[in-house]
Write a protein that binds this ligand. Structure first.
Ligand code: TRP
Length: 442
């Protein structure tokens, strides 16, 4: 088998899919949103949406990839009851979406590398104001960001070019256990801090009055984003599954890992925040400014914690970044019958150009235009929901039910019909509602 473009092992597939799911979102967004939106009450709703909607949509992507055994566009084309160019194009758009996410995700990883370095050298700020200034500096430092993100981009493309077994599976087999180990270790340390009980209460107090329609809709959106749905990632990974795989069981493990890591990192982060002071917030402010300041005030221990924490964040981001490259790479490799290395080179160049444009926009070179925010808005609110809509409508209405049954292989038992109804009717309607809400139309 030349250049190792082969199939996943069972464990490899679960870790790689979980690796895609577990990303910066779990660490920087999930904990705060839970705490801020009704704690335990929100969490119960989130669990329902991730089980009924997130997992259901994930299964549609898996069915298409597993049965299509190709890139997204070709899989749609092969499986459609009546072949239709529209589906092929949806496959290309979905694959391109993940590639575009990568073009700005790599910049976030470059900043995290900067924070690892600052933790080592001890140059993290001691107070929030100075920490904010440092964060602004790092965002607008064009030269450093191009250099660091260039390194990460090259490494990620190289890993993915090596194929499933030697590239994608290998890095996930190494990094995923490491991430679990680091976060669990840091949680154990956090358990000894005074702020732990406050962190627990912040995340799990039960406040039903905070539950509004908007909160429920944001839970659907969140379950979608955290499972990396709507951009052909799960679809493309599933195309490299061996025959006879149990799709349903894999989803169970992925959801379990994704949710556990989000909870563990939340409890850990807020234990530090509530012990040493600082505002709980969402987004990069929480880790770069609040947590960065906490670490810088803890002496030697702070250096160690900072390096470990930001490294785990980098690893979590890397396993997601790797997954974002596979959809386009696999499609180009199969469609144009060129090696994975050539496909990687052909894609790395335009991706790097987009990243560089984003970096210059952050450096203030295009006036007020912030390309990162613009792209993130278009992807999160339009392209990803449309991708999710595409796979559910396709599996529900445009694939033979017998093929779908074959892929799921009785693993859902009596719940198959329930899932099928969700996929055919409920999920598409919900996704449209979420999308219109996100766009401010509803
Ligand atoms: N799931 C990742 C996170 O929680 C982010 C991510 C990776 C993603 N690939 C994606 C989100 C594809 C949407 C689509 O950070």
């Amino acid at each position: 088998m030349k250049e190792g473009s082969n199939t996943f092992s069972n464990l490899g597939f679960i870790l790689a899919t979980a690796g895609s799911a577990v990303g910066l979102g779990n660490v920087i967004r999930f904990p705060y949103i839970v705490g801020d939106s009704g704690g335990g009450a929100f969490f119960a709703i989130y669990l329902m949406t991730i089980l009924f909607i997130g997992a259901s949509v994930m299964l549609t992507e898996m069915v298409i990839g597993y049965k299509g055994v190709a890139g997204a566009a070709t899989s749609f084309e092969k499986l459609a009851i009546k072949s239709n160019a529209v589906w092929k194009n949806i496959g290309w758009v979905m694959s391109a979406s993940s590639n575009i996410i990568f073009s700005y995700y790599v910049i976030l990883l470059a900043w995290i590398m900067g924070y690892i370095w600052m933790s080592i050298s001890g140059s993290l700020a001691h107070d929030p104001e100075a920490a904010k200034a440092i964060f602004t500096d790092i965002q607008t430092n064009v030269g450093q960001t191009i250099l660091l993100s260039g390194l990460i981009l090259a490494a990620v493309f190289l890993i993915v070019a090596r194929g499933i077994t030697n590239g994608i599976e290998k890095i996930n087999l190494i990094l995923m256990p490491l991430i679990l180990f680091i976060f669990t270790g840091m949680l154990l340390y956090a358990l000894t801090l005074d702020g732990f009980s406050k962190a627990f209460v912040f995340m799990f107090h039960i406040d039903f009055s905070a539950i509004t329609t908007h909160v429920v809709i944001s839970a659907v959106g969140m379950s979608f984003f955290t499972l990396s749905l709507g951009s052909a990632i799960v679809l493309s990974y599933s195309a490299s599954l061996p025959k006879g795989s149990n799709l349903v069981k894999s989803i169970g493990y992925v959801v379990l890992l994704d949710t556990s890591i989000a909870i563990v990192s939340g409890l850990m982060i807020f234990s530090f925040v509530f012990t040493y002071g600082g505002d709980p917030s969402a987004g990069f402010g929480l880790v770069f400014i609040t947590l960065g300041t906490v670490f810088s005030n803890l002496g030697v221990m702070g250096h160690v914690l900072g390096v470990i924490f930001f490294s785990a964040l980098l690893f979590a981001g890397l396993t997601s970044a790797v997954s974002m490259i596979e959809p386009m790479l696999k499609s180009v490799h199969i469609r144009f019958n060129i090696t994975r290395y050539k496909a990687a080179l052909a894609l790395a160049i335009p991706t790097a150009i987009v990243s560089i444009a984003i970096i210059f926009s952050l450096g203030g070179y295009f006036g007020d235009l912030n390309l990162m925010d613009k792209l993130d808005y278009i992807l999160s609110n339009i392209l990803l929901p449309l991708g999710g809509l595409g796979t559910t409508v396709f599996v529900g209405w445009f694939m033979h039910k017998s093929t779908v049954l074959e892929a799921v292989d009785n693993k859902l038992g009596i719940f198959f019909e329930l899932w099928y109804v969700i996929v055919k009717y409920i999920a598409p309607v919900l996704i449209v509602i979420v999308m219109l809400t996100l766009l401010g139309i509803l």
